[in-house]
Design a protein around this ligand. Structure first.
Ligand code: OOG
Ligand code: NI
Length: 471
């Protein structure tokens, strides 16, 4: 029966490919960046055999070339509710809650992504999805106007919603339905050069916050960037100007290290694009809007709560020491302060493993398979010492709120730091979503535990797996 249905992983790949083609056609610099990243990755793999082995071991090697994340910004609770249903068709589920209002960005967010190992290996396509917080507009008249405009729009085609409902009832889509589904939902993410509001309204919204204008003035949540994954972000950052792309001054996230952790990101400025605004008599008024940009990222190991705590502390202390201005002044000092702070974060895999700072995927070695029961009764550490068991870092699949705020800020072109009185409201976000978000730490801990159980049963061994500081 189920064989009639297209696997959700395949629908996700069809979708990510279609999105990439659409964005490439619309934003030529994205195509340039893809070429640059592919070239750098090939060079890096060529020159670093250890990395090549490790990526092959983890399954990352095969996903690297197609790996992307995108971002959208929604306007209403209903839109968030429906986007969850749309992404569920492709086995993309909400993971994590990011409150960006603390950084002066009037949104809160989650990331839709695949969650199990198999699906991640297949294609880890993720969409960082933000919901605008209209409650952070101070002026009640403007807030009501924005609410009215958003309430009237429909970001999904009727057919897209029909296919989602069909998938929910039948538990899958057939080949033709899946193809039609991808075509229909692509409409939601498309750029519109006609606004749904007049230039005057746009300007009012823009004065409240550029992001508010970006969400409220258009028919739908245009994809605002698509990000490929590089194995060497410093190399790509350095090469970008040569290709006519001006990156932001600072790479967000941890400093360059031997053992990459979490996520390092850099972006280039939003494009200024021509927009036709509505006017009373049907005659359009010309103007511009900046929303779309480019970004690259380098992903490293997922950290445990202990590792993440250490990361957050070190990052905060570097940011206290050196503030980078919107125009990039202090960027060099900041990078130096960051490296100095992170000197106390262990930078070899054995240490990171022993101290329980990162998550790892365990697997048996050929020696382990050949050990023929000799592994029985050994502890995990002994199995590793004897070379029966190996561990490779689990890649970080999520996002970093401080980095995300930095990406938003840089593309807003200012360091607007309005101190919004209201703080995170995770419960309201989840109520709008119609579901609780998955916790990232639980997902990584589960992947680690499952890999260890599998490896131990292959070794015919049932040692005490609790070793200091882990799990
Ligand atoms: C999303 C910015 C966050 C990232 O990679 O951290 C993001 C946005 O600008 O809508 O994409
Ligand atoms: Ni991004």
């Amino acid at each position: 029966m189920a064989a009639r249905f297209v696997p959700p992983d395949d629908i996700r790949t069809m979708f990510s490919r279609a999105m990439s083609e659409m964005y490439r056609a619309e934003v030529p610099q994205y195509g340039t960046l893809l070429g640059l990243v592919a070239e750098t990755n090939a060079e890096r793999l060529q020159s670093d055999p250890d990395l090549r082995v490790s990526l092959a071991q983890s399954g990352d090697a095969q996903r690297l070339g197609i790996e992307r994340h995108g971002a959208i910004r929604l306007g209403t609770a209903r839109e968030l509710f429906d986007i969850r249903r749309v992404f569920a068709v492709m086995a993309m589920h909400p993971v994590g809650y990011y409150d960006l209002s603390v950084a002066g960005v009037p949104v809160h967010s989650t990331a839709f992504r695949p969650i199990d190992d198999e699906a991640l290996r297949h294609n880890p396509f993720r969409v960082f999805t933000s919901l605008l917080r209209l409650d952070l507009i101070d002026d009640p008249a403007l807030r009501a106007e924005a609410e009215g405009i958003l309430a009237a729009r429909r970001i999904f085609t009727p057919r897209a919603l029909e296919l989602v409902a069909l998938c929910e009832v039948e538990n899958g889509l057939r080949a033709e339905e899946a193809a039609e589904f991808v075509r229909e939902i692509l409409e939601t993410f498309r750029w519109h050069s006609e606004a749904t509001v007049s230039l005057a309204t746009y300007q009012k919204l823009h004065r409240a916050h550029r992001l508010i204008a970006d969400v409220v003035s258009f028919r739908g949540p245009h994809i605002n960037h698509l990000t490929p994954r590089t194995l060497d972000i410093d190399a790509v950052q350095a090469a970008m100007p040569v290709h006519g792309i001006a990156p932001k001054a600072v790479i967000e996230g941890p400093p360059r290290r031997q053992c990459p952790i979490l996520l390092r990101q850099t972006s280039f400025k939003a494009l200024q694009e021509s927009i036709v605004f509505t006017e009373g008599d049907g005659e359009g008024a010309a103007g511009t809007h900046t929303a779309r940009f480019g970004e690259i990222e380098q992903r490293g190991a997922a950290l445990t709560p202990e590792g993440r705590g250490l990361y957050d502390d070190l990052l905060a202390s570097a940011r206290r020491d050196v503030q980078v201005a919107a125009d990039g002044v202090n960027a060099v000092d900041y990078a130096a302060a960051l490296s100095a702070r992170f000197a106390s974060f262990p930078d070899d895999w054995t240490q990171l493993h022993a101290r329980g700072l990162a998550y790892f995927r365990y697997s048996t070695t050929e020696g382990g398979i050949a050990s023929n029961g000799n592994a029985a009764g050994l502890t995990v550490d002994q199995l590793i010492e004897r070379g029966f068991l190996r561990f490779d870092p689990i890649v970080y699949e999520d996002f970093l709120p401080v980095s995300a705020a930095g990406i938003f800020q840089s593309n807003l072109g200012t360091d607007e730091q309005k101190d919004y009185a209201e703080r995170l409201n995770r419960a309201a976000f989840e109520a709008a979503l119609g579901a609780a978000v998955h916790g990232e730490f639980e997902l990584y801990a589960h992947a680690q535990r499952a890999s260890l159980d599998r490896a131990l049963s292959q070794l015919g061994s049932r040692p005490l797996r609790a070793t200091a500081g882990r799990e």
